[in-house]
Design a binder for this molecule. Structure first.
Ligand code: ADP
Ligand code: ADP
Length: 229
């Protein structure tokens, strides 16, 4: 599904260069559940931005289902992103003055899904994450864990094969974090690939494969025992 070869990312700010990813090689199959770990500044977000088609590498190859991402124009990148990737963020990034039903509808509006179908799907997704009785609530009327469940429902709106989550439990208490990880686990059991960044070993243990970054390079890539992919 994802094939990354000799990938480099260099940020240039005037005369200052930061080599954020150094010759990264990575193969990810459909249906994997991966945790990416590593110290702050080790390149995790940069990799997620590239995998999520938000940014392009400086050099090297990134194939997503056979499509060479580094060769795509910006407009085509957004199309690919809308179809293939659902994003979940640490800070939830919900629209504050809009109820959660509408928040979940948003990606479907961009995808030009008809209004009646959008509403129905949004309802179904909110039910799936346990918020079927809250659809008219505003984000601020919900707890952190509930907000993140809305964000997951939104990420699923266009049925993407891949969910990317950057520190999805970073703002949550232990119980809510575990609840969120159980949701990711069940999505993964249903076939969605999940790639998440976390600092916490307790969160990483939900994943089947843990990849550790240091100074822009992979220093460890380990598969949980008994997991056949
Ligand atoms: P992590 O997510 O592991 O904390 P990042 O991918 O955010 O690491 O950053 C890797 C390195 O690249 C860091 O040195 C960071 O300061 C730098 N960096 C990230 N984004 C930018 C940017 N837009 N411009 C310049 N440097 C950046
Ligand atoms: P995270 O908490 O996910 O690691 P950061 O706080 O490192 O994210 O980065 C937040 C945003 O700032 C990202 O879009 C990243 O690309 C950008 N950024 C990070 N480091 C730098 C930097 N040194 N210069 C400019 N932008 C940066």
């Amino acid at each position: 599904m994802i094939s990354i070869k000799n990938l480099n990312k260099i940020y240039k700010n005037g005369s200052v260069e930061v080599h954020a990813l150094k010759d990264v090689n990575l193969e990810i199959e459909h249906g994997e559940f991966i945790a990416i770990m590593g110290q702050s500044g080790s390149g995790k977000s940069t990799l997620m931005n590239i995998i999520g088609c938000l940014d392009r590498p400086t050099s090297g190859e990134y194939l997503l289902d056979g499509i060479d991402i580094s060769k795509q124009e910006q407009d085509d990148l957004s199309l690919i992103r809308n179809k293939k990737i659902g994003f979940v963020f640490q800070a939830f990034n919900l629209i504050p003055r809009t109820n959660i039903l509408r928040n979940v509808e948003l990606p479907m509006i961009y995808a030009k899904v008809k209004s009646s179908k959008r509403k129905q799907r949004s309802m179904e997704l909110l039910e799936k994450v346990g918020l079927g009785d809250r659809v008219n609530h505003l984000p601020n009327e919900l707890s952190g864990g509930q907000k993140q469940r809305v964000a997951i429902a939104r990420a699923l709106a266009n049925t993407p094969p891949i969910i990317l989550a950057d520190e999805p439990t970073g703002n949550l208490d232990t119980q809510s974090s575990e609840d969120i990880m159980e949701i990711f686990k069940s999505l993964n059991n249903d076939g969605t690939s999940v790639i998440l960044v976390t600092h916490e070993p307790e969160i990483a243990r939900f994943a089947d494969r843990v990849i550790v970054f240091r100074d822009g390079a992979i220093i460890e890539d380990s598969q949980k025992e008994g997991v056949l992919k």
